[in-house]
Design a protein around this ligand. Sequence first.
Ligand code: PMP
Length: 360
Amino acid sequence: MSRAYNFSAGPAALPEDVLRQAQTELLEWNGARASVMEISHRSKAFIALAEESERDLRELLDVPANYTVLFLQGGASQHFAQIPMNFARRDQSVDYVLTGDWSEKAAKEAKALTNVRIAATAAVTNYDRIPPREEWDLDPGAAYVHIAANETIRGVEFHEVPDVGNVPLIGDVSSTILSRPLDVSKYALLYAGAQKNIGPSGLVAVIVREDLLERCPKDIPRIFNYAEHAAKNSMLNTPNTWGWYLAGLVFKWMKAQGGLAAMGERNRAKANLLYGYIDNSGYYRNPVERSVRSWMNVPFTLPRAELDEAFLKESNATGLLALKGHRAVGGMRASIYNAMPIEGVQALVDFMRDFAQRNG
Ligand code: PMP
């Protein structure tokens, strides 16, 4: 058995060095005479781990001092609901920009709780673009504006943070966080499910400007209240200690790789290699407008859907895993997060070229 190149959209590949270190430390961590999974989250050693991982994440993303960093649970989906619960005032509506399935889902959850306005949507063109900022119908009195910075299913990414004036901007950055430098100060709140670039699933990073926390209402259950979580340093209840530990290892790995500037260059090169091949192949096709193509998730189709099964079977046998596109769109999707080396993308391109030649 050997590990293959894993193109899963999430839970996704983790850096091999991180997995090896976790393996080495699995039975006994840091002199604790127990696994990191088996010790109290309130122990000195775990609190030190929690603090160090927060410091590393702050350093990687250059998080300004007036932002709180939280390590929570519930998946990004729970935060689709928790965000309006905390920040939509009863007399205000909230603005959502729809650029794919995840921003759609986020808006749908918010609708159960508050008055949602769709400020812009690319649904009519099957989410192949981001509606130009000038065309957004933003309400200057909205409680916040929500975007999904990278749409994992369609592969549509904001390459610049949109200017929404004084209204707080909230971003779902689940599938783009840590892929390159990011100006945190342009957002009031960022949230990301861990299972792409951070660690295993079951952990969500939330980075929130402190003034926004003052809005959290007192009459919602404490467990959903961001201010309560912040006051308790993400230990209002038992956190996902294993996920937090692995995230800490991933942050160290990223720092050793040269931080986000280096990650960004590597990710740009990987994306250019794959899109460049697809566009020139005359065989495969990516439907997304070039200026908003995702660096992390690359969907593509073959000339005939009947070829999909053979493509998947053969690619898998070659050691290229999980290339099946999301069931909502079909075709293929290669997710090329931080842990995917350029050699893996090259191996995919080589396979695609060979497959195209054999099935022209
Ligand atoms: N937002 C984005 C951009 C995602 O890619 C995903 C999951 N792939 C989610 C939200 C939902 O995350 P979860 O399954 O952790 O709730």
